[in-house]
Design a binder for this molecule. Structure first.
Ligand code: LMR
Length: 327
């Protein structure tokens, strides 16, 4: 009897041991946008690919819509190990590097293809490790798209923005861009934008077609100007210490899966921006208006002094390399 009891105990201990051994590595991927955006799709693709390649070994948990951490908190959470992968917009890294501010310079890139070429260049790739001394490692760039302006009234010329309050991402370059046209920029987290527009805390904002549509900003704005004056793209980042500490095979699979997932997100960004635009037009809430070449030239002229203002922080060479990506 005593012998049998011991055997049961031993079997139970082994089962506990085995289940502990089989605990999957949990990877939390947090972001602030909807699932049906380029970033949301890339995150879900990453989950699918990793869990397929490493069944039971790795579990990827995706948290969209600022559910787990919003702007301002996600970077700290990454460094503390509370989340393992995030993909903030390139406008949200200035606390860690000033170089990425290059992406915020108004009218620098002609289109998303030029942004893509710059990111793929030697200079663009080097920026992925520009925050390594801070414990952040860039796994790749991910596209969203070109920014459009929206407000409570049409913004045909820069003077139309004068005195209006605009929500901006936490970027001093974007702040200077709006100040250059006499507007009042206010840094707000992405999760607060809809309500700020709805209640009149701000009069306008700038964002991509997919973010405007999926967060319904067009429902609380009178006009969306097709301005393409800047870009919102992302860097997928992880905590270097955590990444380096992963078993080599797991790291290899994740790295490959991320490259694939980014391709899917980018495909979505390239192909679907015009669909989101069309949906906003079809909703017929805000008027979608395209800036004429003359109007674009006026906005460009008004905002261009921002380049000189930030040349010292960003580096003239880096700005020149980015410009070279235009055809
Ligand atoms: C914003 O804050 O407007 C965007 O960066 C949100 C996002 O992640 O696309």
């Amino acid at each position: 009897m005593k012998f049998k009891f011991k055997r049961i105990l031993a079997a139970a201990a082994m089962a506990v041991g085995l289940s502990a051994m089989a605990d999957p590595i949990v990877v939390k991927f947090s972001h602030v946008v909807s699932d049906n955006t380029p970033k949301g799709q890339a995150a879900l693709k990453f989950k699918e690919l990793v869990e397929k390649a490493l069944p039971g070994k790795v579990e990827v948990q995706v948290f969209p819509n600022s559910q787990l951490f919003g702007d301002g908190k996600e970077m700290e959470a990454l460094l503390l190990g509370d989340v393992q992968i995030i993909a903030p917009s390139l406008s949200k890294f200035s606390k860690y590097t000033k170089q990425l501010q290059v992406f915020d310079l108004p009218f620098l890139f002609d289109d998303i293809e030029a942004v893509d070429r710059f990111q793929a260049s030697k200079e663009g790739q080097a920026l992925l490790s520009s925050m390594s001394s801070k414990g952040l490692m860039g796994l790749g760039y991910l596209h969203n798209g070109m920014k459009q302006l929206s407000a409570t009234k049409p913004l045909n010329m820069p003077a139309d923005a004068k005195g209006l309050k605009f929500r901006i991402q936490p970027s001093n370059v974007i702040q200077a861009q709006f100040e250059a046209v006499g507007a009042n920029p206010q840094k707000l987290a992405f999760s607060e934008v809809y309500q700020a527009l709805q209640t009149g805390v701000v009069d306008g904002q700038e964002n991509t077609w997919s973010n405007i549509y999926t967060k319904k900003f067009h429902e609380v704005q009178a006009a969306v100007m097709e301005s393409n004056h800047g870009v919102i793209d992302y860097m997928v980042v992880t905590n270097s210490k955590w990444w380096d500490g992963l078993p080599a095979d797991v790291r290899g699979v994740m790295s490959k899966a991320m490259t694939e997932a980014i391709k899917v997100g980018n495909q979505n960004a390239f192909n679907e921006a015009s669909d989101y635009r069309a949906k906003i037009v079809a909703d017929n809430k805000a008027k979608v208006m395209k800036l004429t070449p003359e109007q674009t030239a006026a906005w460009r002229k008004a905002m261009l002094p921002v380049w000189k203002q930030f040349e010292g922080e960003i580096g003239a060479d880096l700005i020149a390399a980015a410009q070279k990506a235009n055809k």
